[in-house]
Ligand binder design. Structure first.
Ligand code: PLP
Length: 399
């Protein structure tokens, strides 16, 4: 039998961490590794597999489109592409869409949009995540990811997540855009202060800056509304999308609203693969099924149940639960998230240690009673299985 770990460490770029398992197939909310071990998937490819794995609607759409027309150049349009653009504008209330292939590319488009305002500064938040290519990395607020690649884009500033810091940064009137996640996903699902997005909308409008929301992780129904900004009753100038909208097919999008839709002109931006008929068909199928089966509603109700079940476990390790719908972050009193995730994996449950103090949960939007029940049992066991010598660390340590 192939020694996959040895092969991985020999041929994969060292940028990739050692794999937790080598997965071979999936169905619904479950995946199996090459040895046939079954796992309940409460990470869903990091909020990507909205319909779970191998959903017949997804499989059918991709297979049919591959057999019909997979790719054309941007000198031509296709029906799936136009249908997707129309669908995204309808679901979000936006006006125009630029289609690309990943989250980081959606943010690159947002950075170019911001530059087209002619103003020099772009604001983002400390501890935010927007991707790893050079433009989006410039916005990402994690020093460990940024430092090795400096110098990055000039004109980008990282602010603390407070309304006062935002107001102070905007007063000079030379800010092109604020780029912000409605919920900080990579930080371990951390909420913004209450009212932040509404205040950000008001302040950016007053000071002539764009409000660009990174909904790459929060979009496509995950938080219990189609897009997280819709909970707040605001209209942004742009939203970046990826992850869940393709349900596993790589795709990204930048949607603009109102006047921001007039900033890009002919020749300003493009992508060979962006919005090709194969990717667009996958996204149409995924978004269509989310709508047909009311998975947005399911994310809302199952998310509330999931949160209640975690609270009921009553583990002294759990300090807080943040997030919305089926994007939840569980805070821990000790830096043991990696151990909890590994104990869960041993029991056949995939969860994510976003950092040492936070567990991220992002199951497929299709989950029901059975999955919730099984999750609760396995997660409780995993929390229980943290050896006591890892607990009660030096009280001088702070989270
Ligand atoms: C995943 C993610 C990105 C980057 O998307 P990629 O497809 O990995 O390039 C950017 N922003 C947020 C909020 C994300 O969750």
């Amino acid at each position: 039998m192939t020694d996959y770990q040895e092969l991985f460490s020999r041929v994969m770029m060292k940028s990739a961490p050692a794999p937790l398992a080598v997965l071979a197939r999936g169905e619904g909310a479950r995946v199996w590794d090459v040895d046939g071990t079954e796992y309940l998937d409460f990470l869903a490819g990091i909020a990507v597999n909205a319909l779970g794995h191998a959903h017949p609607v997804f499989v059918d759409a991709v297979s049919r489109q591959a057999a019909r027309l997979a790719h054309v150049s941007n000198y031509f349009a296709t029906e799936p592409q136009l249908e997707l653009a129309d669908r995204l504008t309808r679901l979000s209330g936006g006006d125009r869409v630029f289609l690309c292939n990943s989250g980081t590319e959606a943010i690159e488009a947002a950075v170019k949009l911001a530059r087209l305002t002619g103003k020099p500064r772009i604001l983002a938040l400390e501890n935010g995540f927007h991707g790893r290519t050079m433009g989006s990395l410039s916005l990402t607020g994690k020093p460990a990811l940024r430092t090795p690649f400096q110098p990055l884009l000039p004109g980008v500033e990282h602010l603390p997540s407070s309304i006062e810091a935002l107001e102070a940064a905007l007063v000079a009137g030379d800010v092109a855009a604020l780029v912000v996640e409605p919920i900080k996903g990579e930080a371990g699902v951390v909420e913004l202060p209450e009212g932040y997005l509404r205040a950000a909308r008001e302040l950016t409008t007053r000071h002539g800056a764009l409000l660009i929301l990174d909904e790459i992780q929060t979009g496509a129904g995950r938080t219990g509304d189609w897009f997280a900004f819709q909970h707040e009753g605001i209209v942004p100038d742009a939203i970046a999308l990826a992850k869940g909208i393709g349900g596993g097919f790589p795709i990204g999008a930048l949607m603009t609203f109102g006047a921001a839709s007039e900033l890009f002109g002919p020749g300003h931006h493009g992508s060979t693969f962006g919005g090709n008929p194969l990717a667009a068909s996958a996204a149409n199928a995924v978004l269509g099924e989310i709508e047909r089966a009311d998975l947005v509603g399911n994310a809302r109700t199952r998310g509330a149940e999931l949160r209640a079940r975690i609270e009921l476990i009553g583990s002294p390790l759990v300090t807080d639960i943040q997030g919305r719908g089926l994007l939840l972050g569980v805070g821990l009193a000790e830096p043991v998230a990696g151990i909890v995730a590994s104990r869960a994996l041993d029991r056949g449950l995939i969860i994510n240690a976003a950092n040492e103090y936070r567990i991220r949960l992002a199951p497929p939007l299709i989950i029901g009673d059975e999955e919730l029940h099984e999750f609760t049992r396995l997660f409780a066991e995993a929390l229980q299985a943290v050896p006591s010598n890892y607990l009660h660390t030096d009280p001088g340590d702070t989270a």
